[in-house]
Design a protein around this ligand. Structure first.
Ligand code: ADP
Ligand code: MG
Length: 478
């Protein structure tokens, strides 16, 4: 029964959320009408109680109509010398609110979906300062564990500047970080929040996923509590919003717009992450979009081999701190770093699986590793070329910056590389002309069309250029 309910729950909330919150959920005991489930920490208990208990109860009742009640209990620590330090940093007023309000909140959370809460609560030290309220911070997502590389150097530098600047010293505002999934946005944003909370200036920090922001506002409005919520948010120094692409709903966006204007106008720092650039957030209120575009937007790319290896090594170090008997041989680590190229997420999955396997198959061969991780390796299918890769390679080759490539500048030294990059984007990716235009600083699709025709014409009469393009294609596919 428990396994069936787990499977249903996983299907409902998605594998990411499931792994984060229910991966360590176990059946504790069961009577005719009461099911007890256990989790390792009180933090997980209150999180599941607040957000998912109704959903879980309904699932059990669907499977067995006799079940009246589901309870979450905390199981005692089994091993490990350091007991987890707990702190409830989700909602400041969760403990004191009336049961009816709590139920309303739960329902609102469920009707809003469950995308953006994949951070794992971990058994490590949480920041000592108290954030006002927000989504949970994962203490493992710190600057210390964030691996620097060419693909994220600029974003990391900006993030550190902000975390160190404290209140009032606003340099890049808002800072907008974007990348496709699994490339470290959440990690970096949480690192900013954690560092800012721990800084001696103790700025008032709020870290929120856009989903959480919507949920919090929806319930506040329902409970006639919106004023005090706004009052709270008005008085913060640093607002960090993750997964901005999920912000939906007219009135919520209106509220967000107010908040954004107010914070920015009073020189309070705002950091936002999304899976696309600000100008590509099409479902967003145009006023919000334009304010987000008024700051600095930085894109992060995928980790290269050295970074992937370093990420794995640091993961192993952390795991070995908990349990020194754990190990993964160096040749296997580098093999994994070489073959898992998709994103940090796949890398993390691969690492966890390996660690688990090695505990009862210590002599894993490389062939066996490939077999185990086959589904995470995308070696079989042709690699998908990304517009970011094209821009990066072309910019480097012609010695211009990527910013210049997507800028409005029309000097010859930039126009030609830009046209070549657009041509390559059209020939190497399935993207449409308007989409490519957007990715090149919001240009019209006719501009892209023109660029592609132009380069096609030039190639036919210019062997030097056609060789150059062949070279670029090889570089892009590396
Ligand atoms: P995103 O929010 O962009 O989807 P995440 O921040 O959730 O990505 O990253 C996915 C996983 O990859 C996390 O476990 C994260 O710690 C790891 N990761 C990604 N980039 C880095 C990096 N530069 N250094 C260390 N870990 C990273
Ligand atoms: Mg994320």
């Amino acid at each position: 029964l428990f396994d069936r309910v787990s499977a249903l729950l996983k299907a409902q909330v998605g594998p990411d959320v499931f792994a984060s919150w229910f991966g360590r959920l176990k059946l504790h005991s069961m009577s005719k009408s009461v099911v007890r489930l256990s989790v390792p920490t009180t933090f997980l208990k209150s999180w599941i109680n607040n957000r998912y208990l109704d959903q879980i109860t309904t699932l059990f009742q669907q499977e067995d109509a006799e079940i009246l009640k589901v309870e979450i209990v905390v199981r005692s620590a089994m091993r490990g010398t350091r007991a987890p330090i707990e702190a409830d940093i989700t909602v400041g007023d969760a403990a004191t609110s009336a049961p009816a309000a709590a139920t309303a909140r739960r329902n609102a959370a469920q009707s809003l979906g469950h995308h953006a809460t994949a951070a794992l609560p971990a058994a490590a030290k949480l920041p000592v300062a108290t954030p006002l309220f927000g989504s949970p911070l994962d203490p493992r997502y710190s600057f210390a564990s964030f691996v620097e590389g060419s693909s994220n150097r600029v974003a990391l530098a900006a993030a550190k500047t902000i975390a160190e600047a404290g209140a009032g010293a606003v340099r890049f505002n808002p800072l907008f970080i974007h990348s496709s999934v699994g490339l470290g946005k959440t990690h970096l944003l949480q690192a900013i929040a954690i560092a800012a909370i721990q800084s001696p200036r103790a700025s008032r920090v709020v870290y929120l996923t856009a989903e959480y922001f919507m949920w919090r506002f929806a319930t506040a409005i329902r409970d006639n509590d919106a004023l005090s919520l706004k009052e709270t948010l008005r008085n913060i120094d640093l607002l960090v919003i993750d997964d901005m692409q999920f912000l939906q709903g007219k009135s919520i966006q209106h509220e967000f717009c107010h908040l954004l204007n107010m914070l920015l106008d009073s020189a309070k720092q705002v950091v936002v992450a999304a899976d696309r650039a600000p100008w590509e957030l099409e479902s967003l209120d145009p006023r919000v979009r334009s304010r987000l575009q008024g700051g600095v937007a930085i894109e992060m790319d995928g980790p290269d081999y050295e970074m992937r290896l370093e990420i794995l090594k640091r993961r192993l170090d952390v795991a070995r701190e908990e349990d020194p008997s754990l190990n993964i041989p160096a040749d296997i680590l580098s093999h994994v770093a070489r073959s898992i190229t998709a994103s940090g997420r796949e890398l993390e999955g691969a690492f966890n699986q390996l660690l688990f396997r090695m505990s009862f198959e210590p002599q894993l061969s490389i062939e066996r590793v490939d077999e185990l991780l086959g589904h995470l390796v995308n070696a079989g299918e042709p690699r998908r070329v990304r517009i970011e890769d094209i821009q990066r390679v072309v910019a480097k080759h012609y010695n211009v910056s990527r910013q210049e490539l997507v800028s409005n500048r029309r000097t010859r030294v930039i126009v030609k590389p830009r046209q070549i990059a657009m041509y390559l984007a059209k020939t190497l990716t399935p993207r449409s002309f308007p989409e490519i235009g957007r990715r090149f600083g919001g240009r019209d699709h006719t501009t892209v069309l023109h660029a592609v025709r132009k380069i096609e014409d030039l190639i036919s009469g210019d062997t030097k250029l056609s060789h150059e393009i062949e070279l670029l294609k090889r570089l892009i596919n590396e």
